[in-house]
Design a protein around this ligand. Structure first.
Ligand code: Z5A
Length: 210
């Protein structure tokens, strides 16, 4: 079934500046008279928010294994897609997603080392062929991103990974940019205004083509 709205996702490593990017995309859609909803992953439904909390902080001192972590990510994503994203798109709203499936490939695949073919199988079971119409990937050197994220406050369980975890995650993101025309790269190491200009250019081009 063709969905009336479009799903735009913002992706990137820690400190890439996703929060301000999401605001810029929202302003751009508003200027174009397009109604939208915001989502975040993991999270975005009551159940998915509970999973988010356990993924980020564990539960009563118990930390998820690598396999549990990835299954919780997809459980949360499945809930969000079925309860919020698909219904919104169906009624003609656009959706701005703070992360989606590419985060699992980057963090659980690249970072944790789960084979991407295994993730494909889980993904197919959880959400089938559902995918974003446009992904804006904010590319940043992990050491710069982490120093920005640290200046923002304390780091959660995943954010506390070593630099090489994020370097492996970045490789997966860059592979996606190279292989999938629906994933566009923005240089997030520049100052905020320059980053926002690149994002708005990409999103406006996408709007004009749709
Ligand atoms: N995760 C996963 O492993 N697998 C998955 O499938 C999914 C997620 C979906 C979600 O945590 C965690 O789950 C995330 C990935 C993992 N953890 N890690 N690591 P979250 O939602 O709490 O965290 P996040 O998504 O990584 O981060 P965020 O806070 O939403 O955004 P951000 O991009 O990291 O950062 P920011 O708050 O927008 O900016 C950081 C600081 O830099 C801030 O002070 C800004 O003012 C500053 N900034 C931003 N842009 C600039 C520029 N251009 N110049 C200078 N300073 C800047």
């Amino acid at each position: 079934m063709t969905l009336a709205g479009k799903f735009i996702v913002i992706e990137g490593l820690e400190g890439a500046g996703k929060s301000s990017a999401i605001e810029s995309i929202g302003e751009c859609l508003r200027r174009n008279g397009i109604g939208f909803v915001n989502t975040r992953e993991p999270g975005g439904t009551a159940m998915a928010e509970q999973l988010r909390d356990m993924i980020k902080h564990g539960f009563e001192g118990e930390m998820p294994s690598t396999a549990s972590e990835v299954l919780m990510m997809y459980a949360a994503r499945c809930q969000l897609v079925e309860q919020v994203i698909r219904p919104s798109l169906k009624q003609g709203d656009w959706v701005i997603g703070d992360r989606h499936d590419l985060s699992s490939r980057a963090y659980q695949g690249g970072g944790r080392g789960i084979a991407l073919q295994e993730l494909d199988t889980i993904r197919q079971f959880a959400i089938g062929n559902f995918e974003p119409d446009l992904t804006v990937y904010l590319d940043i050197d992990p050491s710069l991103g982490l120093s920005r994220a640290r200046s923002r406050g304390s780091l959660d369980r995943i954010e506390q990974q070593q630099l090489d975890f994020f370097e492996r995650a970045r490789v997966v993101y860059l592979d996606a940019v190279a292989s999938n025309p629906k994933v566009v790269k923005v240089d997030a190491s520049l100052d905020m205004r320059a980053v926002q200009e690149q994002i708005i250019t990409e999103v406006q081009t996408f709007i004009d083509q749709n």
